[in-house]
Design a protein around this ligand. Structure first.
Ligand code: 26Q
Length: 795
């Protein structure tokens, strides 16, 4: 530790010519970032040597997204030096929390899938498993959201400005990626060879982010690739006097890693997105293969020493890329290459929403990646032939990888991986029984489930130090090391003093959040009110609209039926994909409701609506510990798992949810008396869709729905969209908000009643915290380790 503080002083002197007394906060920030990074790099050096020596199998986790969140606090916490650094700084007049605020959130992801990847990196590192993450160094991460007159606006997120200090540039490990051009078959003395002609080379530059584990010597790496023109300027064009074209080609090359696509749903085939996908998968695969060959002098044992995990289909081009490298660069035959390939890949599916399943048109794809296209096409031909040969009565319309001139990436992944898993029990069952049922029939045993998990060290240990400290003292077990031991808390279920202490801690977190709300929105919220929270991407299937409809109902009751409900603060935070018009309309609606209530002194005594802009990891860390109610109200069968539900439960919020995704498992963990469940089941949703859902019937047949929607229309003032949204609910309502409305209302009433019984609520909250052990990412990753990857710890 002494050396750490010395290093800070030395850095300030050398880099800025400053003593600590004269340093600015910004300089302290930079010093802490760089010194922590270098300290981790040093630990990494020892870890990698042990790893090389042990010759153990490694996991490479491929993901277009890693939502890492702020790194500095996480690293200091994991290194166990946070309090010393805090003291050292405060002795010198600095507040560590203010230094943390300077770090931008590296927003290299959209939502659940990206955050999951980061939770897994953290958990695996803490458990000393060797894993390397691969992704793209987006110059601009997920946009910054600003709400202006209720409408979302997007602004670029220039995170590298201050975020770059955490990265290490590895200039020695650049690779070249080839786009466009043609491939020719050529007979040489060694046999048939593939020759690439007229291709466009792009350079991938590697930047490493060190991933620390909690109280361990292991340090893993997240490698992020940045695109660069080959040779800087195109010298040929330059020499021909085509100066502007040469600059243009540089810009085109650099555009590949320019930005993260802010969509987590649609599949609009974008050329740049294919290029991003191939860019980072090719760079990563080239590096993996090269390192393996260097260590073992052969690739015959690749599948014994390497597992490549594909986080949804976005990195699926890894598969044909490995085939290409094995055949075109290491002269393997098709059969031998295929044997290695299908033992190397494992694939996780995160969605069953048809519009999110990736497809690429052959016309778009083939010119950009001609060789890769040929390989996919051959994989498909052989797969279709194999199906016929085994005489399976299978539907190739459904299973063929290329169909109607579209390449279906999920089908490619299923055919080419040894393992396919869903992310909650319900989701995995739907994959097997429905979405991919024919595949499940011909590949028995290939489909499995691993229910998602969360990094409790971040979501409890760091986000809620007050609760952590209290539980540590109370339970006398290191539940941060092993979250399953948190179940000891159950012993205190009847201990009123414990219930009171938990309530007091919740209150502290609510006060902190209320300050943030005040500062960022100007709204004053009542910290004795129920904090009812829905925080997640904005999607119709997640049904923020159902929540909004309930608030409109309450407004009407307070105003016209003298209802005096227990006070409640409804907190929303959500980004909408930039092209998703309906999602933006829902944000506008919520903001309009918030405004109307705020202007109405009669109503705002009871309810308030807060929309917090720019939802991101660091904001989630502020909201989650303060929540009383966790809204998990997706239409059943649509949310693959959800992970916010787990983070909220861990912090003592009670779930109000449908039987969807991991809510089902939360229900099983806490029992029916400690959760609020409502709505149609996923089977009932399917049945109703099949019969034909007509929301208008629900409107006509239910007086409460009719009155609420009619009231909603009266709120329209021309600048708001109440009428438009009311029409939408009555005429379309694709995710059946109206069908579930009454049952939702009933549970909301029960929540209100239960909350007022402070002991009962406190006990329910305690039971939730105590049963959250199974949702630790340690448990989830251990299942991957044992059931799918078959790897060992490297100590
Ligand atoms: C696809 C094609 C083109 C552009 C973008 C995309 C795209 C990008 C991101 C499609 C989907 C995503 C992200 C999906 C996602 O976050 N899924 C969530 O994954 C979580 C972790 O498993 C689950 O908990 C959530 O239920 C699931 O919605």
């Amino acid at each position: 530790m002494d050396s750490f503080t010395k290093a800070i002083k030395r850095y300030l002197e050398k880099r800025f010519g400053n003593s600590i007394e004269d340093a600015s906060e910004r300089q302290i920030y930079q010093a802490l970032m760089v010194i922590t990074r270098d300290k981790l790099a040093e630990k990494r050096y020892h870890y990698i040597n042990k790893l090389k020596e042990s010759e153990q199998k490694r996991v490479y986790y491929m993901s277009m997204e890693f939502l890492v969140g702020k790194t500095l606090r996480n690293n200091l916490y994991n290194l166990g030096i946070e309090s010393e650094v805090k003291n050292f700084l405060s002795e010198n007049g600095f507040v560590l929390d203010k230094i943390y605020d300077i770090e931008p959130d590296p927003g290299l992801g959209n939502g659940g899938l990206g955050r999951l990847a980061s939770c897994y990196m953290d958990a695996l590192t803490s458990q000393e498993y060797p894993i390397t993450g691969f992704s793209i160094l987006y110059e601009f991460g997920i946009f910054k959201q600003v709400i202006s007159n209720g409408w979302q606006q997007e602004f670029p997120d220039n995170w590298l400005d201050l975020g770059k200090y955490g990265l290490i540039y590895r200039s020695d490990e650049e690779v070249e990626i080839k786009f466009y051009g043609e491939t020719k078959e050529q007979w040489t003395s060694d046999g048939l060879r593939i020759k690439y002609e007229d291709y466009t080379p792009i350079i991938a530059e590697p930047y490493d982010l060190m991933i620390s584990g909690y109280e361990t010597d292991a340090v893993n790496v997240l490698r992020l690739w940045k695109s660069k023109a080959s040779g800087g300027f195109n010298m040929r064009l330059f020499e021909q006097g085509e100066y502007s074209k040469s600059v243009e080609s540089k810009a085109i090359a650099e555009s590949i890693s320019k930005l993260l696509y802010p969509a987590d749903d649609n599949n609009k085939g974008k050329e740049l997105r294919i290029k991003q996908q191939y860019f980072f998968t090719s760079a990563s695969l080239q590096q993996i293969v090269k390192m393996h060959y260097k260590a073992y002098n052969t690739l015959d044992n690749l599948a014994e020493k390497v597992v490549i995990h594909i986080n949804d289909t976005h990195p699926s081009l890894c598969i044909p890329e490995l085939m290409r490298i094995l055949m075109d660069e290491y002269e393997y035959s098709w059969d031998k290459a295929w044997e290695i390939t299908i033992k190397t890949f494992a694939y996780t599916n995160h969605t069953i929403m048809a519009e999110a399943l990736e497809k690429w048109s052959v016309d778009l794809f083939r010119p950009i990646l001609p060789r890769i296209y040929t390989i996919i096409s051959e994989i498909n031909n052989r797969f279709c032939k194999w199906c016929k040969d085994i005489g399976a009565s299978v539907d190739l319309e459904e299973m063929s990888i290329i169909h109607n001139d579209m390449i279906r990436m999920a089908n490619l992944c299923i055919v080419s991986s040894y393992s396919v898993n869903g992310v909650s029990k319900l989701h995995s069952d739907i994959l097997k029984k429905d979405t991919f049922k024919s595949f499940n029939r011909i590949y028995p045993g290939k489909f499995t489930n691993v229910t998602n998990g969360i990094a409790h060290r971040r979501w409890l240990g760091q986000a809620n130090p007050e609760l952590t400290k209290y539980l540590n003292e109370l339970l006398e077990v290191d539940f941060i090391k092993d979250l399953s031991s948190i179940e000891n808390l159950l012993e205190y279920k009847s201990d009123e003093s414990v219930i009171n202490n938990l309530e007091n801690i919740k209150k502290i977190k609510k006060v902190q959040l209320a300050e943030y709300i005040k500062k960022n929105t100007g709204l004053t919220v009542d910290t004795n009110s129920i904090f009812d929270v829905q925080i997640k991407r904005l999607h119709e299937y997640k049904r923020q609209l159902l929540n909004a409809l309930h608030i409109i109902y309450l407004y009407k009751e307070i105003k016209y039926n003298a209802l005096k409900p227990y006070p409640r603060t409804f907190i929303f935070s959500a980004k909408a994909s930039s092209g998703y018009v309906m999602a933006k309309n829902i944000i506008k609606l919520i903001c309009s409701i918030s405004e109307i209530i705020e202007m109405d002194p009669e109503v705002r005594k009871y309810i308030k609506v807060v929309f917090l802009e720019d939802y991101r990891v660091s904001l989630a860390e502020k909201i989650i510990p303060a929540a009383d109610v966790s809204e998990q109200i997706s239409q059943a069968g649509k949310e693959a798992s959800g992970t916010g539900n787990m983070k909220l439960m861990l912090n003592g919020a009670l779930t109000l949810g449908t039987m969807d995704g991991a809510n089902v498992e939360i229900y099983n963990a806490v029992g029916k008396d400690n959760i609020f469940i409502f709505g149609l089941s996923s089977e009932e949703v399917s049945d109703l869709s099949e019969r034909g859902y007509r929301s208008e019937e629900f409107y006509q047949n239910s007086s409460v729905i009719k009155e609420t929607i009619d009231f909603m229309r009266t709120l329209d003032n021309g600048d708001s969209n109440f009428n438009y949204m009311a029409d939408y609910l009555v005429s379309r309502d694709p995710y059946m908000c109206l069908a579930d409305f009454e049952s939702y209302l009933e549970q909301q009433k029960l929540i209100e009643k239960t909350y007022q019984d402070r002991i009962k609520w406190g006990q329910m909250s305690l039971v939730n915290i105590a049963n959250s052990g199974i949702f630790s990412a340690d448990r989830a990753t251990s299942e991957y380790v044992k059931e799918i990857w078959n790897i060992k710890k490297v100590k």
